[in-house]
Design a protein around this ligand. Structure first.
Ligand code: SIN
Length: 517
C-alpha cells in the first residue's frame, strides 16, 4: 500500500511544482509509461561521484505527466547531506578534470552531442512526457539543447588569453583563462534539457566540475543527459545531480553558500534569483542569473502585418506561453490594431490543445494548477477592467489545459502589464505614438527580451537602442540560439549564457613577467 501523497509549498520556487512527495520510493519507473526505444535512459536515482544513488531518507518525489496527470516515476528527495556529498565529489574531481586539455573536453562534449542526436526521438519524447510541450517542441528542445554542447565544445579550444604591451622595459604582461572551479547549477522545468546544457556545456568546456539541481517537475531529462555524459566519457564526480523538492531551501542554500562552490548559475524567477544572489554574496561568488521577463512585442503601422502575426504566435504561444522570453504585452499601433487583432484571433482559434504526444496537438498543457490559476487571474483582472475576450479565456475544467486566449483593449492598469503571465494569454494594447510605446514597454522592473515590427530603418535603430532589455528581436519573434549571449538587464538577471558564456565559468589571471633583459 502506498502512503497518501503530501503537498509542500516551496519557499525557493514560486514556479512550484505539481508534484507529490511520498515516504516510499516507487519500485521503478514503468517502461510502458515512457515508451522509449532505449529505456536505460530513464534513471530514477540521483547521481553523485559516478554512482546512481537514492536519498539517505529513502524519500522520493513523484513526477507527473501534466497532460494526463499520470505518474511517470519517482526520483530521490535529497537534502543537505547529499548536497554536501555532491559538492565534495565535484571538488575531488576538479584537479584532474581542470587539467585535461581543451581538446579532450571538446572531444567529450562532441561525443555527448552525437549521443543526443542518436537518441533524439527518445529525448524529445521524454521532454514532452514530463513537461507537456508538443513532441515537435520536445524534439526542437533536444536539438536546441544539443547545440549548446556543440557550441561550447568549439568554444573550449578558443579560451585565449592575451598579451598586453607594457609601458615599462623588459616587462611582458599576459593573461590566461582558468576554470573557476566547482559550480552550482539550478534549472527550471520549462526547458528540462536546454537550460542544463546551456550551463553545464559551458562549465564542462571551461574545465569546471558541477553539482546540478534539476527542477522536481522535470528531473528525468536531466538524468538522461547525465547518463549520456557518462557514456561519452565524462569522469566520475565531474557532474553530480541532486534531486529535491521539499528540501529545496536547504539544498539551494548549501549550493550557494558552500565555500567549495565558486559559481552559481540559475534560471528561474526574479524573486528566487534575488534570494540566491543574496546567499552567494556571503562568499562573493560569481553568479549568472537568468530571471523573469515581461517582454513587450510592438507592432508599428509600417510593419508587415502577416509577418507580425506569425511572429506573435511563435513568440507568445511557444511552449504554451511558458518561456521567459515569450511576449507578455502586445502593443499594436492604432491604425493597424483591428486588422492585427482579428488576424491573430483567427489563427489562435485554430489551435488544438491536448496531449503533446498526439500529432494533431498544437499546444500542450500548463505545468501545474498554480500556472493555470495565474493565467485565469490575469484574464479575469483584464476583463474586469474592460478588456474583451476575442478567443479563449478559460481553462478546460479538471485538466492542466488553458484555451489559448487573445484579449483586446487591455487597459494600462491590468496585471498583465506588470507581471509575467507565463501562459497562453495574448494581451493586446493599443498605442498611438512611438514615444508612448517606448515608455510603456520600458515601464517595468525587468528587461529580458523585447520585440518589435517595423520596416523603417531609422525607427528600427531608434527602437532597438531605446528598449530597456538584454535582447531585442526586430522583425522576428524567435531569438534563441546557442551562438548568442542570452540574458537580461534590470531585474531580469546578471550574466550571459550561450555565445561567449564560457567566460562566466573562467577566471582571467594576469601574469606579469619582469627582468626579461
Ligand atoms: C527561458 O525561458 O528561460 C529560456 C528560453 C529560451 O532559451 O528560448
Amino acid at each position: 500500500m502506498r502512503l497518501p501523497p503530501l503537498h509542500f509549498a516551496s519557499p525557493l520556487r514560486p514556479r512550484a511544482p505539481h508534484i507529490t512527495f511520498q515516504f516510499r520510493r516507487m519500485a521503478s519507473a514503468q517502461a510502458s509509461v515512457f515508451g522509449l526505444k532505449d529505456f536505460s535512459l530513464i534513471k530514477t536515482q540521483a547521481f553523485i561521484d559516478g554512482k546512481w544513488v537514492d536519498a539517505k531518507s529513502g524519500q522520493t518525489i513523484t513526477v507527473i505527466n501534466p497532460a494526463t496527470q499520470e505518474e511517470l516515476g519517482t526520483v530521490p528527495e535529497m537534502g543537505l547531506a547529499e548536497t554536501k556529498e555532491a559538492i565534495d565529489a565535484a571538488a575531488k574531481a576538479l584537479p584532474a578534470w581542470s587539467k585535461t586539455t581543451a581538446k579532450h573536453r571538446h572531444d567529450i562534449l562532441m561525443k555527448m552531442f552525437a549521443l543526443m542526436q542518436e537518441h533524439h526521438d527518445d529525448l524529445g519524447r521524454l521532454i514532452t512526457l514530463e513537461n507537456g510541450k508538443t513532441l515537435a517542441e520536445g524534439k526542437g528542445e533536444n536539438a536546441y539543447s544539443a547545440s549548446f554542447l556543440e557550441w561550447f565544445a568549439e568554444e573550449a579550444v578558443r579560451t585565449y588569453g592575451e598579451h598586453i604591451p607594457s609601458p615599462f622595459p623588459n616587462v611582458r604582461n599576459v593573461t590566461i583563462k582558468q576554470p573557476i572551479g566547482v559550480v552550482s547549477i539550478m534549472t527550471p522545468w520549462n526547458f528540462p534539457s536546454a537550460m542544463i546544457t546551456r550551463k553545464l556545456g559551458a562549465a564542462l568546456a571551461a574545465g569546471c566540475t558541477a553539482v546540478v539541481k534539476p527542477p522536481p517537475e522535470t528531473p528525468f531529462s536531466c538524468l538522461a543527459l547525465v547518463e549520456l555524459a557518462r557514456r561519452a566519457g565524462v569522469p566520475d564526480g565531474v557532474i553530480n545531480v541532486v534531486t529535491t523538492f521539499k528540501n529545496v531551501s536547504e539544498v539551494g542554500k548549501e549550493m550557494c553558500e558552500s565555500k567549495i562552490v565558486k559559481k552559481v548559475s540559475f534560471t528561474g524567477s526574479t524573486p528566487v534569483a534575488k534570494l540566491l544572489a543574496g546567499m552567494a554574496a556571503s562568499t562573493l561568488k560569481k553568479v549568472s542569473l537568468e530571471a523573469g521577463g515581461n517582454a513587450p512585442f510592438i507592432v508599428f503601422d509600417d510593419a508587415d502585418i502577416d509577418e507580425a502575426v506569425a511572429a506573435a504566435i511563435i513568440c507568445k504561444f511557444r511552449s504554451t506561453g511558458q518561456t521567459c522570453v515569450c511576449a507578455n504585452r502586445i502593443y499594436v499601433q492604432s491604425s493597424v490594431y483591428a486588422e492585427f487583432a482579428s488576424r491573430l484571433a483567427e489563427k489562435v482559434a485554430t489551435f488544438k490543445v491536448g496531449n503533446g504526444l498526439d500529432e494533431s496537438t498544437t499546444h500542450g498543457p500548463l505545468i501545474h494548477e498554480r500556472a493555470l490559476e495565474k493565467v485565469q487571474a490575469h484574464v479575469d483582472d483584464a476583463v474586469a477592467l474592460g478588456a474583451q475576450v476575442l478567443v479563449g479565456g478559460t481553462a478546460i475544467p479538471g485538466t492542466s489545459f488553458f484555451h489559448p486566449t487573445v484579449l483586446c483593449d487591455v487597459p494600462a492598469g491590468a496585471r498583465v502589464n506588470s507581471e509575467e503571465t507565463f501562459g497562453p494569454l495574448a494581451a493586446l494594447i493599443k498605442f498611438e505614438t512611438e514615444d508612448e510605446v517606448i515608455k510603456l514597454a520600458n515601464s517595468t522592473d525587468v528587461g529580458l527580451a523585447g520585440y518589435f515590427f517595423s520596416r523603417d530603418v531609422g525607427r528600427v535603430w531608434r527602437v532597438a537602442e531605446k528598449l530597456e532589455v538584454g535582447m531585442v528581436g526586430c522583425n522576428t519573434g524567435l531569438i534563441s540560439q546557442a551562438v548568442i549571449g542570452f540574458g537580461g538587464i534590470k531585474e531580469s538577471g546578471l550574466g550571459r549564457e550561450g555565445g561567449h558564456g564560457i567566460e562566466e565559468y573562467m577566471n582571467t589571471k594576469l601574469i606579469v613577467f619582469g627582468g626579461l633583459n
